[in-house]
Structure formats: structure tokens, C-alpha cells
Ligand binder design. Structure first.
Ligand code: SER
Length: 313
């Protein structure tokens, strides 16, 4: 591993960024990882931090040059539920942010890019069970459309300009260190906080809505794993399917009850139900397993036990 690596994480104070920065710093050293977000956050106390608006290509270039950045993890985006409320802004942020970063790599200012895609690239006509890597993709949300278009552009920049861009289609991510914001899968984090705090939870999805999910530790492992994989192993330059575990609100509630017997759940589906209904229930990730040895650790039982243990502390 190069010790001269300088890593910029854009959108570092969000759900993924918070944990990713900690993990990258443990590997590369505190000063080699620059956290950045649109405003100053608590993270600024922990190491190098820059205020970055990813829409501003000039200031992005200035920061990349000043820190001699070699890799960017671009996490700034509007998630599925928020983007439905602000479709134009969601599209602009998710696409322009990606172009600004891909162009830095095209112009050889940086060497490597990580950009997250999502199960939201799939749509109502996609096979829902064991969804293959290559299948019908007709996303029906602004977020999904932006992620699918982004995947096409990543592959295009790789083929046309040799940009070393790597990507994963994340399922819903569940961790105890940071809170999600604006997603359809967020319930699966909120439910743990409410179970421990008040012993009950009102879910915004219906009881049998099965979605693909993953423990944050697995997601971080996959993210750093694909970024550290030898170039020739990363054969897919749009984005890789990765799978953790799949469950419904009812199933996770039953699992939580094994630890908190009095926990109760009620259901009040809102507009996010329609988004969830358009997504797969489970994901086939054989390409990630085969190409760069992806392997998950957490199933629903292990994930639940870990969340409760750590949130109770
Ligand atoms: N967790 C995301 C969302 O719900 C999916 O990528 O929007």
C-alpha cells in the first residue's frame, strides 16, 4: 500500500462517511484522510477537515491540489425519500457532484474514485428475488434514476478516459455509530434506537416489506475492499451488486423481541412504501464474490445482537 496516499471523503459526516473516515484513518493514518462536508461538523475536531460544496468544481480542484489528493470517496448525495421531495435538486446534486469528481480523475488530478450506487437502480420490472447483476433496470425514483445514470457514466469514464472508478450497489445500511437521513431503508436503524429508548416503534413501511439490508461494518469492508483490490480484479466498472441479509419490518421486530421481549411495533406506511415496493427483496452478488473475494459477516441475527449490544452501551 502506498504511504503517500491522500484520501478525500466528500460528504464525510453522513451515515457512511462517519464510519468510513474512522476506518480509513485506522489504515492510512489520520493526516492522510481529509474529511469534508458542506458545513463544519464535529468531525472537524478529529483530523483534517474541509468545507466542500461538491457542486463547486473550482473549489474542489483547489482543495485537491492543496492536499495533493490521490483518491476521492464521493458520498454527498440526496437519498431516495428526500430526492422525491426535491427532484430537480436531487438530480443536480447527484449528477453534477459525480461529474465534478470524475472530471478530476479524467484530468489526472486524482488517481482513483469511489462512488456509491444503490439497490435503487432497480425498478418494479426487475426480478425481485436474488436480483442478478445484469437484469432489467427501470428505476422509478429520482434517486434511482440518478444512480443508474451515474453507473453508466462511471463505466463510460473508465472505458473512454481510463478513469479508475469503483462502485457498489449498497442495500439499506445499518450501523450504530451514525444515523441515516432521507432514505427508505432508514427504519431499520430507527427501530433499534426506539426499541432501546421507548420499547416501541411505529414503522413507515408495512410489516411484510422485505428489503435487502447490510450491517455497516460489512459495507465499510466492501467499500475499502473494492478500493484496495488490484485493478484487474475490478471487472465491473458500472457498479457491483453486494448482499448482506434480507428481512421485513415484522421479521426484524421479532428478532429484536428476542433481546427486548416487551418491544412492540405498529405500522403506518407513508409515501416511502411505494419506493420500497419498487425495489428488490434480495440481491445476487456472485460477481463481487468471484471478482474481488467479497464476503459478508452479518446475518439478521448477528446484526440485531450487535446493534443492541452497542446501542445499549
Ligand atoms: N438506503 C438508501 C435509501 O433508502 C438506498 O440506497 O435511499
Amino acid at each position: 500500500m502506498r504511504t503517500s496516499e491522500k484520501i478525500l471523503v466528500i460528504g464525510s459526516s453522513g451515515q457512511i462517511g462517519t464510519e468510513l473516515v474512522q476506518n480509513l484513518r485506522a489504515i492510512y493514518g489520520i493526516d492522510s484522510v481529509i474529511a469534508s462536508d458542506v458545513k463544519v461538523t464535529e468531525q472537524a475536531k478529529e483530523g483534517p477537515f474541509e468545507v466542500i460544496d461538491v457542486m463547486n468544481a473550482d473549489s474542489l480542484l483547489e482543495i485537491v491540489k492543496r492536499h495533493k489528493v490521490t483518491q476521492i470517496y464521493l458520498l454527498a448525495a440526496l437519498l431516495s425519500a428526500t430526492a422525491e421531495k426535491m427532484p430537480k435538486f436531487g438530480w443536480d446534486l447527484n449528477m453534477q457532484g459525480l461529474f465534478n469528481v470524475l472530471d478530476l480523475a479524467k484530468e489526472k488530478h486524482i488517481e482513483k474514485v469511489y462512488w456509491p450506487s444503490s439497490i435503487a437502480v432497480f425498478g418494479p420490472n426487475t426480478p425481485k428475488i436474488n436480483t442478478p447483476q445484469y437484469t432489467i433496470m427501470e428505476p422509478s425514483t429520482v434517486y434511482g434514476i440518478s444512480k443508474q445514470a451515474g453507473e453508466r457514466w462511471c463505466e463510460y469514464y473508465f472505458n473512454k478516459y481510463s478513469v479508475d472508478v469503483r462502485s457498489l450497489r449498497y442495500p439499506g445500511l445499518i450501523g450504530w455509530k451514525s444515523a441515516p437521513g432521507g432514505g427508505t431503508t432508514d427504519y431499520a436503524v430507527h427501530i433499534f434506537h426506539e426499541a432501546i429508548k421507548v420499547g416501541k416503534y411505529e414503522c413507515f413501511l408495512s410489516e411484510n416489506t422485505v428489503l435487502p439490508m447490510m450491517h455497516m461494518e460489512d459495507a465499510i469492508k466492501a467499500t475499502i475492499g473494492i478500493m484496495q483490490a488490484p485493478t484487474e480484479q475490478v471487472k465491473i466498472r458500472s457498479s457491483y451488486n453486494i448482499a448482506g441479509c434480507s428481512f421485513s419490518p415484522k421479521e426484524i421486530a421479532l428478532e429484536i423481541q428476542k433481546h427486548i421481549p416487551d418491544f412492540t411495533i405498529t405500522y403506518k406506511p407513508d409515501s416511502r412504501q411505494q419506493i420500497a415496493d419498487s425495489w428488490p427483496q434480495s440481491i445476487n452478488d456472485e460477481y463481487a464474490q468471484k471478482d474481488w473475494a467479497w464476503d459478508k459477516k452479518y446475518d439478521l441475527q448477528a446484526l440485531t445482537a450487535d446493534m443492541i449490544k452497542n446501542l445499549k452501551k
